[in-house]
Design a protein around this ligand. Structure first.
Ligand SMILES: [Zn+2]
Length: 71
């Protein structure tokens, strides 16, 4: 979806939402552990069908996630 075309309906009406716009309640209302550092993400939303996709902005954050949650 980074190419700004919806993979579901092929619409090009895709909006980009900064991660800061996500209310914390999006995470099931559960508070993350204090040791969990904030991972910045960007969400893409199709304005035609409503499909959303979320990307982690920083490759370093991906490495941290891999260390923490990888197999
Ligand atoms: Zn769509």
């Amino acid at each position: 979806m980074k190419n700004l075309q919806c993979p579901k309906c092929r619409s090009r009406d895709v909006v980009r939402l900064p991660g800061e716009l996500q209310p914390p309640a999006m995470f099931s209302g559960a508070k993350p552990p204090s040791s969990f550092k904030t991972v910045r993400t960007t969400r893409y939303c199709c304005a035609t069908c409503g499909y959303t996709e979320e990307w982690v902005d920083d490759p370093n954050d991906l490495q941290d996630l891999l260390k923490k949650y990888g197999f």
